[in-house]
Design a binder for this molecule. Structure first.
Ligand SMILES: Nc1ncnc2c1ncn2[C@@H]1O[C@H](COP(=O)(O)OP(=O)(O)O)[C@@H](O)[C@H]1O
Ligand SMILES: [Mg+2]
Length: 308
């Protein structure tokens, strides 16, 4: 447990971490609720909020900054709909990007405003505006390697489109990779995570820890085997392509030590092996990169549950 706490503390100080943009949007909606819900209600207007979230891959980022960027867009949308309207937030995945859209049915913008809206201190709201929201948002999106576009016309509402590069390069879903069924009892498991890429290792560890699992992270195949020898685990998640000791070797070593502990192989390449061939290599299932959060958690839950 101490390791885990140390781990999360270190991580929090780091600027970038793997981020689920859908969660960021949910948080942004929550922190801005006083504006689109409470204040609107007091003024007798209805701000309808519609969300449409796809299962999107993770991006690399600072969740607090991203939440701020999204909150700025949400607040501007609410400002643009003083008589009420519909705010639509959506996420979708493209080949190499996660796309977030924030749309409102408000006043829209003239071309003049559209040209200047990202300028610091540019505002059409007089003393009530700072003109800083969108320049900050632009800065945040740029720092994340992202892009922000606006589509708007007077009286026709506004849509902002944000594009963020996904964390791991799109390799497509590996052929023959089954989606793990969602287990009913997602009891906490003690997981060993082996990956030599720091970002991926942190992403996996972080996601599992957030889902309530205990995580020990190993930076190499050799370290993973060492840890597996030393401690009890419910599940092993190992990257395939690691230098020196790779995922197959980790799987085989773990199975030799404790055949009852499931081993999940994480790979960006299509692993076209039958269930029997995988089993012969000590692998219980293959998870394809880019990993989807839901799939990862479902697989961990189902395999650690199966063991009990
Ligand atoms: N969703 C929107 N609909 C219409 N106009 C917008 C919208 N978002 C931003 N704007 C325009 O861009 C300007 C700059 O926005 P921003 O930088 O957030 O500063 P502020 O909100 O303090 O005015 C706003 O004053 C407004 O004219
Ligand atoms: Mg603003």
């Amino acid at each position: 447990v101490r390791r885990l706490q140390e781990f999360t503390r270190i991580r929090r100080d780091q600027a970038f971490a793997p981020v689920d943009l859908t969660l960021v949007i949910r948080e942004a909606l929550e922190v801005s609720q006083f504006r689109w819900k409470d204040e609107a209600m007091r003024q007798g207007v209805e701000q309808r909020v519609v969300t449409s979230f796809a299962a999107v891959p993770l991006v690399s980022g600072d969740p607090a900054e991203l939440r701020e960027a999204l909150t700025n867009l949400i607040l501007n949308a609410v400002d643009a709909m003083p008589g009420g309207g519909t705010l639509t937030l959506a996420t979708r995945a493209e080949a190499d990007a996660v796309v977030v859209t924030v749309a409102d049915t408000g006043a829209g913008m003239t071309d003049e405003v559209k040209r200047r809206l990202f300028e610091p201190f540019f505002t059409t709201k007089g003393a009530k505006g700072t003109g800083l929201g969108l320049s900050l948002t632009f800065g945040i999106v740029s720092r994340h390697g992202g892009q922000i576009d606006v589509d708007s016309a007077p009286g026709r509402g506004t849509q902002f489109t944000l594009r963020f590069p996904i964390l791991s390069p799109a390799g497509g879903e590996a052929p023959g990779t089954a989606r793990a069924p969602v287990a009913e009892d997602a009891r906490p498991a003690r997981c060993l995570v082996a990956d030599d890429e720091e970002l991926v290792r942190e992403m996996l560890s972080d996601l599992l820890a957030q889902a309530g699992h205990a995580v020990v992270a190993a930076a190499s195949g050799a370290e993973a085997i060492e840890r597996f020898r030393a401690e009890a685990f419910d599940l092993v998640l190992t990257d395939l392509g690691m230098a020196e000791v790779n995922g197959w070797q980790v799987a085989r070593a773990c199975k030799e030590l404790r055949p009852d502990v499931p081993v999940l192989l994480v790979t960006g390449w299509g692993v076209e092996l039958s269930a029997q061939e995988l089993a012969a290599h000590g692998v219980d299932a293959v998870l394809a990169k880019p990993l989807r959060v839901d799939d990862l958690l479902a697989a961990v839950a189902s395999f650690s549950a199966k063991r009990r």
